[in-house]
Design a protein around this ligand. Structure first.
Ligand code: AMP
Length: 121
């Protein structure tokens, strides 16, 4: 997949669209999801131009990967959900219904998040 630099998260990274920032470092930005599915619903994104998890896993540097992993942990700590538990989800590829083609991890918590939703065969 070719990266689309007009996607909404690219615009947030360029400061063209506002976001409710939770955390930022050299390689990552974390902000509140505009349509939260749990009391705490944060999106963690890399600053690099990666379409999805598959793209990131195949081509990101080890430094970017480490920063991304640490950012997910950090937002869980910052929002308090590390105390009670949380779920990390990334949609990748057609079956996942990924809407925004810039890698993002959904970090959800603040209440029981229920069972995983599995596709029926
Ligand atoms: P996905 O279906 O995994 O691509 O999820 C995209 C997520 O981005 C959804 O949960 C949306 O609510 C969220 N979203 C879309 N636009 C914005 C925005 N401008 N600010 C914050 N979250 C957004």
């Amino acid at each position: 997949m070719t990266y689309d630099s007009n996607n909404i998260f690219a615009k947030i990274l360029r400061g063209e669209i506002p976001c409710k920032k939770i955390d930022e470092d050299e390689h990552t930005l974390s902000f509140a999801d505009i349509n939260p599915q749990a009391p705490v619903h944060i999106l963690v994104i890399p600053k690099g131009a990666y379409c999805d998890w598959a793209d990131f896993a195949a081509t990101a540097s080890a430094v970017e990967m480490a920063a991304f992993t640490k950012a997910i942990h950090r937002v869980a700590e910052l929002t308090g959900i590390s105390k009670t538990g949380y779920r990390v989800i990334s949609n990748t590829g057609l079956d996942s219904h990924q809407e925004v083609p810039h890698l993002h991890m959904h970090v959800l918590g603040g209440a029981p998040v229920g069972p995983l939703v599995l596709a029926k065969s």
